[in-house]
Design a protein around this ligand. Structure first.
Ligand code: HEM
Ligand code: HEM
Ligand SMILES: [Fe+2]
Length: 445
């Protein structure tokens, strides 16, 4: 750890851990509800559990991006963070907004609009919070010794993510317009600007962990990520097929979104090639495992399973079914959750000074969670395909179909239990590193 202020990252990561575990509790509530065991319905109806599950996901991923940025930006800029106090205020207010939103969902205080459920009043607080965060980063970069490509891409990724939050805050009376602009946030985040953030964090990790030259890693990674980003912009069309948007989106969305998987594949192959080529044997092997795992699983979840329902002729039947859940889980897990877990795994030994590189919990956490998630996605796929055939092709009633799915939902819950074991192991390993301290201060990794 080069700078004292980088320690703030640990507190953001600790927040990630807490919110992530809570997210899983709500996943189980919905998993059991899909099995027909909906005993909590009067207190936590499905819509409240669903909003809580997804928003906790978004909040912990954002906390993870922020922690990663507070770690990477000072190091890349060659100076302490501009204001450590502001970072603390910002962490506290982020948690406050998150917890208020979650309580609100249980009291029916929400906006609907999948993923953007938090009420408008809280949206404004999110904007202020993110502005404070970006300002802190900008001042650090501005006053720093150098501006690296990785730092700029990370900053512009985060800035664009903040700007793209705004279209989701416009009020429309017309649901077609409302849905049209909701995708500017949801789609252009995950298949657009978040990929810049991902590219920057992945590039930082690969530079540190493989020892391959910064120039080589940055150049190629940004070309690949740039391609995903560009195909992703017009790829937004895969959400405009039958929504009341003009018909030309069928063609544009179909073609450009079908190109996106190629870039994800390129990134996975490139990351593997770098890891093999790298002369440096970094002792933190598990951090490299998570990094490569992220590149590979994001291809599987976003690229492969995204392609599975992105063509207009397929999406006509699969839209809004559990096929979407199949893809959504693996894509978010592979691309963003694993990325943050990779960053946490990399930072922990430095921020705590405890070089516990070979721990069974860390290894088992990786494999158990990934096998568990693969099982969950398999269960969602079975449920989704059955749903499409019975409901969309066979014309059976929605709720009648849901009853047919109870047995497959049991498979989902069993796989989720395995996945959760992996995450609990990751958390136990996180805890056994102890609190952050100054033991490695001044040492560059
Ligand atoms: C204990 C583990 C988990 C369980 C049992 C679980 C279960 C569920 C269930 C039942 C749904 C609702 C599906 C529907 O009715 O449409 C859902 C939605 C969702 N979950 Fe999870 N989940 C878990 C973990 C995760 C994780 C780790 C992530 C992200 C990395 C995640 C991301 C999502 C997303 C994005 C949705 C919305 C899917 C859509 O757009 O259709 N979940 N989850
Ligand atoms: C890391 C990148 C990605 C993430 C995290 C992600 C996640 C998600 C989530 C959560 C949804 C449900 C959104 C909602 O209903 O509000 C969704 C929908 C969708 N995604 Fe992705 N996705 C990614 C990349 C891709 C890619 C590359 C493709 C195409 C090749 C794709 C194709 C689709 C399609 C077609 C839908 C609409 C499903 C429907 O009509 O119900 N996704 N994605
Ligand atoms: Fe999309």
């Amino acid at each position: 750890m080069k700078y004292k202020s980088q320690k703030i990252a640990w507190y953001f990561f600790a927040a990630c851990m807490g919110l992530f575990l809570l997210q899983l509790v709500y996943g189980f509530i919905m998993g059991f509800a899909h099995m027909g065991m909906d005993g909590l319905h009067d207190i936590i109806p499905f819509n409240a559990a669903s909003a809580t599950h997804k928003n906790l996901l978004v909040v912990w991923l954002l906390a993870g991006f922020m922690g990663a940025a507070y770690w990477i930006i000072p190091e890349e800029s060659g100076r302490e963070l501009w204001s450590i106090k502001l970072a603390w205020v910002q962490l506290a207010s982020l948690l406050l907004v998150g917890v208020t939103a979650v309580i609100g969902f249980h009291l029916n205080w929400w906006e609907g609009r999948k993923f953007l459920e938090i009420p408008r009043e809280l949206d404004f607080l999110v904007v202020v919070n993110v502005l404070a965060f970006l300002f802190n980063l900008l001042m650090t970069i501005w006053k720093g010794k150098r501006i690296t490509t990785t730092a700029s891409v990370l900053f512009f990724g985060l800035l664009s993510a903040a700007l793209l939050y705004l279209p989701g805050m416009i009020t429309f009376d017309n649901i077609v317009f409302d849905s049209f602009f909701r995708w500017w946030v949801v789609h252009l985040w995950v298949e657009g600007v978040w990929e810049l953030i991902m590219g920057a964090i992945m590039s930082y990790l690969l530079i540190k962990l493989t020892g391959v030259d910064r120039e080589v890693i940055e150049k190629w990674l940004y070309i690949i990520v740039g391609f995903t980003f560009l195909s992703g912009i017009l790829g937004t069309g895969h959400h405009y097929y039958y929504t009341g948007a003009p018909g030309y989106w069928l063609m544009i969305g179909g073609i450009f979104s079908a190109l996106e998987p190629l870039a994800f594949l390129g990134m996975a192959m490139y990351a593997i090639a770098m890891a093999r080529k790298g002369g440096r044997k970094h002792p933190n092997k598990i951090a490299l495992t998570w990094t490569i795992g992220c590149a590979v699983m994001s291809f599987v979840g976003a690229g492969f399973l995204g392609f599975a329902h992105t063509l207009p002729s397929v999406n006509m039947y699969t839209h809004g079914t559990l096929i979407t859940g199949m893809h959504g889980h693996m894509a978010f897990w592979g691309a963003y959750a694993m990325l943050i877990l990779a960053m946490i795994a990399y930072v922990l030994p430095q921020v705590t000074g405890r070089k516990r590189y070979t721990d069974w919990k860390a290894e088992w956490a990786f494999w158990t969670s990934n096998i568990g998630m693969t099982g969950m996605v398999g269960a969602f796929a079975v449920m989704g395909v059955v749903q499409v055939y019975l409901e969309r092709k066979g014309g059976m009633d929605f709720l009648e179909v849901q009853e047919q799915l109870h047995v497959h939902a049991a498979g989902l819950v069993i796989a989720a239990a395995l996945f959760t074991m992996g995450i609990v192991l990751f958390f136990m390993n996180f805890c056994s590193y102890g609190m952050p301290n100054d033991e490695t201060l001044g040492q560059e990794d």
